[in-house]
Design a protein around this ligand. Sequence first.
Ligand code: FES
Ligand SMILES: [Fe+2]
Length: 349
Amino acid sequence: MRSAGPSREPSSGRRIPLERVPAPPPHRLAATWRQADPERIEACLQHAQARDPGGWYVAATSADVAAGTSTVRDVAGQEVMFWRAPDATLHAGPGACPHLGARLDGCPVTGSVVHCRWHGLALTPQGLPDWRPYPAVDDGVLVWVRLPTRGETAIDQPRLTRRPPPAQSVAAVIRLRGRCEPQDVIANRLDPWHGSWFHPYAFSHLRVDEAASTYDTLALDVTFRLGTKWGVPVRAEFSCPDARTIAMHIVDGEGAGSVVETHATPIGTDHLGAPVTDVIEATIAHSERSGFQAARRLQSLMRPAMRRVARRLWVDDMVYAERRYELRAGERGLRLLRHEVTSPDARHA
Ligand code: FES
Ligand SMILES: [Fe+2]
């Protein structure tokens, strides 16, 4: 299946997942700018943007919404409260109390009822005439909410990404904030060619398999680096189930079945009117190796390492995404991001 990459023996016959794959020194690294065709990236982005999310946004991790208390998140310029019923069913509603507007964060929950912490107004999953609940879904790793969204047609369920079985995988989630729009986050991932140049500590031997790729799916061979000498070569595919999500599935090699789901959630605007977007990324690792099942028992040790890897990449990639937004926004966008615009009409940039 692989069409390129370092020479190696099949991973299934080896006892450890690592292979000796020396990273090319910087002066031997082949330029990828010819392959990273701006029109091609834009065409992939347009295909992704045409996929209507149906009003669904990833707002939090499942663990963020604990029993017995409410949690508020900002999503698409709105405050949204989440809470759980005694059977762990997720509920959501506006994050401002209909009485005097208290932010409904950290309110006590008894049974299925949230009690506003200012004066105890009872808010139930049935709602009130001036406080209507929102549809919400807990997919086992992430929490979604559906909000009325201009240009999107509401659908019953979010478009979930294919994942490995929960009992045979380990999930870790990171969240990172940037001043850009969701499309800038998606566009970053639709340019896999930057991988071995912009993240040489993480990737090498990256080659997009053009024959196997379309505007909807990018297929590539890449080696995940573990130092300069060792790596894990895999075959991966990027695809966008909706306009705010891009998933990378490992389809061959070590960890086949694993997925990295990157969700771009618009939060609102900052004090200068620049858009604020959160990257909420779930890495769901899976392996057929018996050793992986043993390692699963040490999930609490695996998760911080998984988060470290994902966060380091996104610290870089957010620079890319914010820069892309700057360029799209033109001169005014540049001044906004550099805090050079302070007038009230900055909000309309
Ligand atoms: S503000 Fe919520 S009950 Fe008064
Ligand atoms: Fe990147």
